[in-house]
Design a protein around this ligand. Structure first.
Ligand SMILES: Nc1ncnc2c1ncn2[C@@H]1O[C@H](COP(=O)(O)OP(=O)(O)O)[C@@H](O)[C@H]1O
Ligand SMILES: [Mg+2]
Length: 268
């Protein structure tokens, strides 16, 4: 079991020209958060609340201005194979085919070509694309690209998956299918997951915990436990779960929490 921990983390971007007011650049303030391997923590918040910044800190693309981020007690120093990132746009390499894209992180680790391509083929099968290995990226649908992106993220057997609105660009039907796919893949991988989304429904469905990030500067303003992902993993249909009275009640509650944090800001 691994744990990714944010302790009193704040982030301030350097001032931009013409905006010298230091307080304007404080994007995240006093973030305390833990994500264990058996969790999928969904972070929800409006545009500009600092969600991507938080994920970039966990990825090691950014350094906190204050506080520490650790994996199993060890401070992170930049990006590492223990934390894999999936973005909304798949960020696949168009000059490589699907199989080579998935094998790429293993190439960086020095795994010999035959081994890494065999492993990539296994991952293609795991994400439901056994025949797609030779296809070029532009020959894949949006949903297939995200599957390839997730397979690539899994290639180096990360301890944490950092997912920044990974399903945000998909049409509604594909998105629903991919939500269940993501849950199963996450459970099989044994990795902890941080999922950024601006869909309350998605956060509630997929998260073992849902954390609300309220803006100006980004602070964690609420946290709730959710059990719906276990129901889906145990075979309940996503459609049935979303229709249940408990789901609807929690959805309404979360909507209220997000709105009230927005109103506090207006009042402040
Ligand atoms: N590289 C950057 N330099 C300065 N400000 C930034 C930078 N990236 C993001 N911001 C600002 O930080 C705030 C949070 O952005 P972001 O983390 O992308 O939020 P979200 O993902 O929730 O929409 C926004 O006000 C944004 O303009
Ligand atoms: Mg974002």
């Amino acid at each position: 079991m691994s744990v990714l921990t944010f302790r009193n983390v704040s982030l301030r971007y350097p001032p931009r020209a013409g905006r010298s007011e230091a307080a304007q650049n404080l994007v995240l303030d006093g973030i305390n958060l833990q994500i264990a391997s058996d969790e999928l923590v969904a972070i929800i918040g409006r545009s500009g609340s600092g969600k991507t910044s938080l994920l970039n800190l966990a990825a090691g693309f950014l350094e906190p201005t204050a506080g520490t981020i650790t994996v199993d007690g060890v401070p992170i120093r930049g990006p590492g194979a223990d934390r894999a990132v999936v973005f909304q746009d798949d960020a696949l390499y168009p000059w490589l085919d699907a199989r080579e894209n998935i094998a790429f992180p293993l190439k960086l680790k020095g795994v010999p070509a035959a081994d890494r391509l065999a492993r990539a083929q296994q991952l293609l099968e795991r994400v439901g694309l056994p025949e797609a290995g030779d296809r070029r990226i532009w020959e894949l649908s949006g949903g297939m690209r995200q599957r390839v992106g997730i397979a690539r993220a899994l290639a180096a057997e990360p301890r944490f998956l950092l997912l920044d609105e990974p399903l945000g660009a998909l049409d509604a039907l594909t998105r629903t299918r991919m939500q269940e796919f993501l849950l199963r893949i996450k459970a099989e991988s044994g990795a902890g997951a941080l999922l950024i989304t601006h869909s309350i429904e998605e956060a509630l469905l997929l998260g073992t915990r849902v954390v609300v990030l309220s803006p100006g500067p980004g602070r964690l303003s609420a946290e709730i436990e959710a059990g719906f992902n276990a129901e889906v993993l145990n075979g309940a249909s996503v459609a049935a779960v979303k229709m249940s009275p408990l789901f609807k009640r929690m959805h309404a509650g979360l909507t209220g929490l997000i709105h009230s944090s927005a109103e506090e800001e207006l009042a402040a």
